[in-house]
Design a protein around this ligand. Structure first.
Ligand SMILES: C[S@@+](CC[C@H](N)C(=O)[O-])C[C@H]1O[C@@H](n2cnc3c(N)ncnc32)[C@H](O)[C@@H]1O
Length: 263
């Protein structure tokens, strides 16, 4: 079932702005004062809405994404802020020579909001992000852990069964694919779902990569109900019950979203 924010990019953009202003920015501010002179990068910026509250605080922002159609929308939605030199949007691979040459040791904050679970070779990607940070810089990650009920990104499915059925994404690939096919999903959606299966990330693997990358967790918050559900579905966000957050593997099945700042 396509949801309205999948079809209408303005709704999606507004949800990004609201969620960022209410949850992402206040979370980052707990460990990093924001304001004039601070440079912020969002990798996988989509329509760019996450960055608007950071511009409003006086930060200079850069949004980068591999999807040209989404960068076009960001350029349209934030045309005034671009003209005022508060933000720049780039459709570029962050591994590109030109990107690295310009932005090595440049950012105070790097944001990956609902992105790390789409990135291949996270073990290589996260240490690379470190090279784009200024000394003392921090990286924010917000993502749905793979084993949560809808960690397979069921919400992007077009058919009722495939979009509301929890947990089937953790079945072996052939069964996962068979359910999507039986439900009547298009090949393009099935491919997207298989891509996410390849790049899946659990809380345990994420924390392991952070440690291996020589980074420290500065702050974390696990949610039973993801803050973005407030703007997408009208549900009240709920923090995870603290004892659950200490039980490896079990917490993955019950936590719809995690926020981390590392540095
Ligand atoms: C689910 S959207 C998130 C958009 C936005 N951050 C938000 O919170 O709404 C994921 C975005 O990440 C982008 N993306 C995935 N892998 C990427 C990569 N390696 N580099 C840059 N962008 C990437 C996709 O094109 C897509 O726009």
């Amino acid at each position: 079932m396509a949801l309205k924010h999948h079809i209408d990019y303005k709704i999606r953009y507004n949800q990004q702005v609201d969620n960022s202003a209410s949850y992402v920015l206040p979370f980052i501010e707990k460990t990093m004062p924001l304001g004039k002179g601070k440079n912020v990068l969002e990798v996988g910026t989509g329509e760019g809405g996450v960055l608007l509250p950071f511009m409003d605080k006086g930060c200079f922002c850069v949004g980068v994404d591999l999807a040209p159609e989404r960068i076009d929308i960001a350029n349209e939605m934030l045309a005034t802020e671009i003209a005022d030199k508060k933000v720049e949007f780039l459709c570029q691979n962050i591994y590109d020579h030109a990107f690295f040459g310009r932005f090595k040791n440049y950012f105070d904050v790097i944001i990956l909001k609902d992105v790390i679970e789409h990135v291949y070779e996270q073990e290589k990607f996260i240490p690379y992000l470190k090279t784009l940070l200024r000394p003392g810089g921090q990286i924010f990650f917000g993502f749905p852990p793979w084993y949560m009920p809808f960690g397979g990104h069921q919400q992007v499915c077009r058919t009722k069964l495939a979009s509301v059925l929890p947990y089937y994404h953790i079945l072996p690939r052939f069964l996962h694919k068979a359910i999507l096919k039986l439900s009547g999903e298009e090949d393009a959606i099935i491919k997207d779902m298989m891509d996410i299966k390849d790049t899946q990330i659990s809380i345990e693997r994420f924390e392991r990569i952070i440690k291996q990358s020589g980074l420290k967790v500065l702050n974390k918050q696990h949610y039973l109900i993801n803050p973005i559900y407030k703007f997408k579905f009208g549900l009240n966000p709920r923090k995870q019950w603290a004892p659950i957050t200490y039980i490896p593997y079990v917490r993955d099945f019950l936590t719809t979203c995690v926020y981390y700042t590392v540095g």
